[in-house]
Design a protein. Structure first.
Length: 266
């Protein structure tokens, strides 16, 4: 049967329901689809959709999130494409919308992520599974916030996502909201992803610098470089998926952040 949905950008799509051939354009949403049990329905993913690894190995790749291979998507004959405003380019999405039902998410907070899980569950006829994931995430983050309050964690943190130039996660980002949820104070007041020089970072003087494992692959050498420049600042490598993936990985992130809070509380 035909059914209509409105995505998070206000676009209304009509599709054959439930969809049987889904292309996912975003790693965190790809993992969510598989965790909802859509093992046969997901027919195309990006080269960055690495979880779960066995599905990554066996599912056709349709390019990267920013450089989609439109012809290869077309060949898969999807009856639903799921993307994200920040992850995918407007040009690619507008081209795909001319031929296929394309549902877009737009996520800035944990609450937005929970809404997205609910709406994707409805979109693909997996409402009970989506509700259970949200139950786990809500309760887990509630406990995390209680623990952060118990430990009285209130540290200014600079979260770096790129080098040459350094780029940080600022306000109005999902990462900023996650930092807040675990008791940290974002040292960046600008919105989105401002570029920073080493002098800028020195002037900000954060108590902690978090080096994300993605999209830039920060390593121990980068810790050493920054620690030499800012000897009073604690510099840590962190798992970028836990801070920035807004699908079912949030279930796994709860345990990660419990351990993280234990490590930084002193």
């Amino acid at each position: 049967m035909q059914k209509s949905f409105t995505d998070q950008l206000g676009n209304t799509i009509t599709l054959n329901y439930p969809p049987k051939r889904i292309v996912s354009l975003v790693p965190s949403q790809t993992e969510l689809l598989f965790d909802l049990g859509l093992n046969d329905e997901v027919v195309g993913i990006t080269k960055f959709c690495i979880h779960p690894i066995e599905k990554f190995a066996s599912t056709p790749k349709i390019g990267g999130t920013k450089k989609l291979k439109i012809d290869e998507i077309r060949a898969l004959k999807p009856d639903l494409i799921i993307g994200n405003k920040e992850e995918n380019t407007k040009q690619d999405i507008e081209q795909l919308m001319q031929e296929f039902p394309v549902w877009m998410s737009d996520i800035y907070t944990l609450e937005d992520a929970l809404t997205t899980i609910t709406e994707i569950g409805e979109l693909v006829n997996r409402q009970p599974e989506a509700s259970y994931l949200n139950y786990l995430i809500k309760n887990g983050f509630s406990d995390l916030q209680s623990l952060a309050a118990q430990y009285a964690i209130s540290l200014s943190a600079l979260y770096l996502i790129w080098k040459k130039p350094y780029m940080a996660a600022g306000k109005n980002t999902f990462i900023d909201d996650i930092l807040t949820k675990v008791g940290l104070i974002n040292a960046i007041q600008e919105e989105r992803y401002p570029e920073l020089s080493i002098e800028d970072i020195k002037n900000i003087a954060p108590k902690m610098i978090l080096l994300s494992s993605e999209p830039y692959p920060f390593k121990q050498q980068h810790i050493d470089e920054l620690a030499a420049q800012l000897p009073q600042t604690k510099v840590l490598l962190v798992d970028g998926e836990m801070f920035s993936w807004y699908g079912s990985r949030l279930v796994k992130s709860v345990q990660y952040f419990f351990d993280f809070l234990q490590d930084i509380k002193d």
